[in-house]
Ligand binder design. Structure first.
Ligand code: TMP
Ligand code: ASP
Length: 237
């Protein structure tokens, strides 16, 4: 059913589907990149973990009233999704300070925010995905003010659901990144992936980092950590 390659990103390939204008195949690669592609490596098996973990998360969200582009898993590394045109923002929700906000604002790592923060970044590799405000978002895309509000509300709803999802498997959700797309009827839909590549997850008992920071910061065995997450998910199924 997979037809021609539409787009290749750092971690996924996107294929058209034969005789179907409303679906796409996402094919997860084994590549990992960090710091806007400056650090690169290939991890055997990583694509499978991201595919299966992202599918489990989107399925859970659907069961809890939050729909997304996800339709079904096709095989170990591929999933069928609704075709959308990606809105060029990364929407980040932060519960506990870590990563770029500690460097940008001098906030100490591990400080819990009184309420979750929602941030928008402009997806542009050449500019290094800069942090933007609502006025910039209106300037840089076709989204409306109402749609910005809608994306922020959805991001906070996803945060609530994901908190429970990860809490059940002994992980604290520190922060995460979402992307949204517009489907053929013009509606904004949760898109892309949600995986340990796009979330910060700390083991509730030990505080150990169990996400892509293991690769970003060179802390150990990335595939071992992703395998542990999938095993915990399978154990609670
Ligand atoms: P940050 O602290 O580096 O801004 O990252 C915030 C969250 O967003 C973290 O969970 C990792 C995720 N993220 C991505 O998914 N893709 C990216 O390109 C970046 C920079 C962060
Ligand atoms: N995905 C981004 C990149 O390659 C950054 C990151 O996740 O840290 O550059």
């Amino acid at each position: 059913m997979k037809a021609d390659l539409l787009y290749e990103g750092k971690a996924k390939k996107v294929f058209r589907v034969q005789d179907n204008d409303y679906s796409l195949v996402l094919s997860y690669k084994n590549d990992a990149t960090a710091f806007n592609g400056e650090k690169k490596a290939v991890f055997e098996g990583k694509g499978r973990y991201n595919n299966l973990i992202s599918a489990a998360i989107f399925t859970y969200l659907e069961e809890h009233g939050i729909s997304s582009h996800f339709k079904k898993v096709l095989n170990d590394t591929e999933q069928l999704v609704e075709k959308t045109t990606i809105i060029p923002f990364e929407v980040v929700v932060r519960n506990i300070a870590a990563g770029s906000i500690t460097r940008r604002l001098g906030i100490k790592e591990k400080i819990r925010f009184p309420s979750p923060l929602v941030e928008f970044y402009y997806k542009d590799d050449q500019l290094g995905d800069p942090l933007i405000n609502d006025a910039h978002a209106l300037l840089l895309s076709d989204v409306t003010e109402e749609e910005i509000i809608q994306m922020k509300q959805l991001a906070l709803q996803v945060n609530n659901k994901l908190h429970a999802f990860f809490n059940d498997i002994g992980l604290e959700l520190i922060d995460f990144k979402l992307e949204f797309g517009r489907n053929h009827t013009g509606v904004i839909v949760l898109s892309d992936e949600i995986s340990p590549d796009t979330c910060r997850l700390w083991d509730t008992a030990t505080g150990e980092k169990m996400d892509k920071d293991v690769f970003r910061e060179g802390l150990g065995d990335l595939v071992g950590v992703y395998d542990a997450i999938l095993k915990r998910l399978e154990a609670v199924k």
